[in-house]
Design a protein around this ligand. Structure first.
Ligand SMILES: [Zn+2]
Ligand SMILES: [Zn+2]
Length: 220
């Protein structure tokens, strides 16, 4: 533990103090300062701005960490958060995802931009499933999208012909591996869960019926 703090630039005079007998100056410092601990995320603009503003100060405090090229590189990466749909890289549904920051309407060919960062981990999303014929199916999921895609694949495997996706896949001899999906929109966290579900349903209706040229549910 001591070596880790030493690597972070803490002086030996501080590290050699017995833990059960801290000097009075440290106790006094604790009274006069406020500690804020939080997991960093690039979509928290207030904290992101604060960290960017005081980055040189943090560099002075933690020269071995922040001064290293590895961490600077990571900070740059976080600062330029991507938008689009991406595989989480640790689940069975990654292989079916279509990665990218745009999606194409199945019939019109019109391109839409994806407004957030999504992966197989995402929840409360609108997703678009495409088949090899180019048809599309718009759906919503409150659970992790990987679980919903897994359910769709299971219905194809079990040949549940009363449902549109397995009916189409079976009748057109599509394989499960040919199922492609993208997350195209989402509802962010709301104070009331009920509101979030309602908004998700409204958003699904928008993408199915109201969005220009995206008024398709599969199959037609
Ligand atoms: Zn995944
Ligand atoms: Zn098809």
């Amino acid at each position: 533990m001591a070596s880790k703090f030493r690597n972070r630039g803490y002086p030996d005079s501080l590290l050699n103090v017995p833990l059960d007998n801290p000097p009075s100056s440290i106790s006094q410092q604790r009274v006069n300062r406020m500690a804020f601990v939080n997991t960093y995320h690039p979509f928290m603009p207030m904290f992101h701005g604060l960290i960017r503003k005081h980055w040189p100060l943090l560099g002075l405090s933690y020269p071995t960490d922040i001064g290293s090229s590895k961490l600077v590189k990571r900070q740059t990466l976080l600062a330029t958060a991507q938008k689009g749909t991406f595989p989480c890289l640790h689940c069975l549904q990654c292989s079916n995802i279509t990665r990218g920051d745009k999606f194409t309407h199945p019939r019109s060919g019109k391109r839409f931009s994806i407004r957030g960062f999504f992966s197989c981990d995402s929840t409360y999303v609108i997703y678009l499933i495409k088949c090899p014929c180019g048809l599309g199916y718009v759906g919503e999921a409150t659970q992790h999208i990987r679980d919903r895609i897994s359910q769709h694949k299971s219905t194809i495997r079990c040949k549940k012909l009363l449902l549109p996706i397995p009916a189409h896949f079976i009748s057109h001899n599509h394989s499960i591996a040919q199922l492609r999906y993208q997350i195209i929109d989402s509802i962010p966290v709301a104070r009331r869960v009920g509101n979030r579900i309602l908004k998700l349903k409204q958003l699904e209706a928008y993408w199915i019926s109201c969005a220009p040229n995206l008024g398709t549910t599969w199959p037609q």
